[in-house]
Design a binder for this molecule. Structure first.
Ligand SMILES: NC(=O)c1ccc[n+]([C@@H]2O[C@H](COP(=O)([O-])OP(=O)(O)OC[C@H]3O[C@@H](n4cnc5c(N)ncnc54)[C@H](OP(=O)(O)O)[C@@H]3O)[C@@H](O)[C@H]2O)c1
Length: 358
């Protein structure tokens, strides 16, 4: 174990897209656990769109020149409490740093399921998967045969939404994403029936081509023009699941989306947003649903794994610009598998659903 710790701080507020200039990596001595706590060496980190929202000067946002927060998986390496034995892997929220001191109340113990990689607890079984699951089962109240449109379909939540919707008996699945490669991934791997690159024209036209008979449910990760187009495409009693608004996080001057409010009345539409933090009680239900499918291979996680804590800020910035497919996870060097001996096939970096290294 190193005797120094690295911690990422935010040093300035961005206007528009953040850059590396808004962050600093601070080196310090390893923190020592006080009685009742344990020192954890972090192994896998999640960087998420909500971190961009927290970079703004808004209530509940990141304080400057202070360690940031984020979901991370780590191993207990020194303990001063019997509740956190050395060697245990825990999930906690003191991410963006190599080491953290945690109390038992601040961690979640992870169940271990045969054949399910640890990364799944930050992707399809973690907050990302839970968001997709809540969106479909509690907000859309998905019915068998419902036709869906999912914006941001190639991201973490979007891929999980597509895969879960297929398992839950959805009808036609249409997704939007930011590149031809992502579109190919959606229809070739994830199970979407049709997909389009939203850069290729007005969304209303692209959606009309991909879903000529309309949709019953719109799962919206993006907002903006895609939300406007989907309102027009929804059938009577359609549902709009508002998950996120990433098209607006880095464009503070963009006009708000416009859509025909009369459509909500005339077609009896329901639009509902939610925060996954209010649905943590469904975590075990998600495990009961998803784990058997993961174990049978009917469900895989779509993950891009980036190796090395030193790449965490770049990985975050790349996620905001759509450089990755699926859920992006940063992995500590210590967890990187040794290269395969000569003559052996390419390395599988994070389970069968991995979309490769960034
Ligand atoms: N409500 C909740 O509790 C909750 C929980 C988790 C996440 N969320 C929200 O869900 C959404 C997806 O989150 P995630 O973690 O799965 O992230 P993600 O989709 O894996 O990553 C973000 C993606 O957004 C897309 N994007 C960036 N700028 C865009 C733009 N201007 N227009 C359209 N797409 C754009 C990029 O993909 P492309 O290449 O396709 O552009 C990028 O890959 C976000 O809005 C997030 O805030 C909400």
């Amino acid at each position: 174990m190193n005797d120094t710790a690295l911690t990422v701080h935010q040093t300035a507020r961005p206007y528009g897209f953040p850059t590396t200039d808004h962050f600093a990596v601070v080196e310090s001595a390893l923190p020592a656990p006080a009685s009742g706590t344990a020192l954890v060496e972090n192994l896998y980190w999640s960087v998420d769109p909500y971190h961009r929202e927290m970079m703004d000067d808004a209530p509940g946002g990141f304080a400057l020149h202070t360690p940031l927060e984020g979901r991370t998986l780590g191993r207990v390496v020194a303990s001063r409490t019997p509740e956190l034995p050395e060697g245990e892997i825990v999930l906690h929220r003191q991410g963006w740093r190599t080491h953290a001191v945690v109390s038992p109340a601040e961690i979640r113990r992870l169940p271990r399921f045969d054949g399910v990689p640890l990364t799944a607890f930050l992707s399809i079984l973690g907050g990302t998967g839970l968001t997709a699951y809540v969106g479909l089962t509690r907000i859309a109240r998905l019915r068998e045969g419902d036709d869906l449109f999912v914006s941001g379909a190639a991201g973490g939540v979007g891929t999980a939404t597509g895969r879960f919707a297929r398992l839950l008996g959805a009808g036609r699945l249409v997704g939007s994403a930011g590149s031809a490669a992502k579109v190919a991934h959606l229809t070739g791997e994830v199970g979407y029936d049709a997909a389009f690159d939203y850069h290729d024209g007005p969304t209303a036209d692209l959606l009309a081509e991909a879903a000529p008979d309309g949709i019953d449910v719109f799962v919206d990760n993006v907002g903006g023009e895609q939300l406007s187009a989907a309102v027009g495409a929804l059938r009577e009693f359609g549902r709009i699941v508002r998950i996120g608004t990433i098209s607006q996080y880095n464009t503070p001057d963009a006009p708000p989306p416009r859509f025909d409010h009369a459509d909500l009345v005339e077609k009896s539409l329901r639009m509902e947003g939610f925060l996954v933090s209010n649905y943590r009680d469904l975590q075990d239900e998600l495990h009961a649903f998803a784990v058997p499918h993961l174990q049978s291979g009917r469900l895989v996680e779509d993950t891009t794994v980036v190796d090395g804590f030193e790449h965490l800020v770049h990985a975050f910035l790349g996620m905001l610009r759509g450089h990755h497919t699926g859920k992006i996870i940063i992995r500590a060097e210590s967890e990187t598998p040794a290269p395969a001996p000569r003559g052996v096939g390419p390395e599988l970096v994070a389970g069968p659903g991995s979309s490769g290294r960034a």
